[in-house]
Design a protein around this ligand. Sequence first.
Ligand code: F6P
Length: 323
Amino acid sequence: MAMAVTRVAVLTSGGDAPGMNAAVRAVVRSTIARGGEAFGVEHGYEGLLEAAIRPLNLGDVGGVLDRGGTFLGTSRSERYRSPEGVAEAARILKEQDIEALVVIGGDGSYRGADELAAHGIATVGVPGTIDNDINGTDTSIGFDTALNTICDAVGKVRDTASSHERTFVIEVMGRDSGILALYSGLATGADCILVPEVPWGLDDVCAAVAQGVARGKKHSIIMVAEGAAHAFGLAEDLAEACAHRVRTVVLGHIQRGGAPSGFDRILASRMGAEACSALAKGESGVAVGLRHADTVTYPLKEAYASAHVLRREIYELAKVLSL
Ligand code: F6P
């Protein structure tokens, strides 16, 4: 289908996520394949306000499919958050005859895209965040890679934990969401998973550790979402309460780096292409999602008005399987 809009810009915004480059590549190549022209905005909304916009051709997105980070650069822009900032961004895009903007990022970036749509720029959001906290999509670009990075790191921690018969508190990212921690805990067989969505107490953590020790386990792994507790404080409390040898690992930004997994490369490619297909249909103010293996679009508002709900049955499953 030919495009309803022909000059399409793309930016990456918020925390970077592995697979963002693959999504930019898909937007650029799908736009050109439909007879349009593609543009890249550097450093997210901050770069947009500086008019840091350049044409992107087929070759400009060669060799990026398997690269982590975002070659366009990203930012969290304070300036863009004001109504004046949004109006200025719309003016800059219109001045360059750019009719549409694809925003690859998280819920804050989506809000910005929705505000821009109200100024007559066609906008589409593509979910790029390791947090997987965006409502309306089964998953987001970068989540799978971050999960694999965490699995790899926890495997290494487990080796030393069992050699020394220690308990490790491992803190993972996720902002206010416990989804990354939950999936990481389930995938690594953690003895206890602490997420902001489920109330917990120190007694629960001690009981989980004691349960493992009672059946002869040589190590315990407590997986903590950054939004549920601070790992160092928790480790101190735990050592005092259970008189156990406790060590702490905060995985930090390594979770955001590295080459995207095959899954994320495919997800990003499909979602970037879906964004262009939405623009071709004349859609604006929509987010791309993955639902039951299909790419879909739905209102941006739906995506940022409420958070992606942590599936309680998966939390319960992780508890049962860690017995
Ligand atoms: O949203 C992605 C994320 O990595 C969160 O998990 C984390 O809380 C935050 O970004 C960290 O942000 P920064 O890179 O600014 O420290």
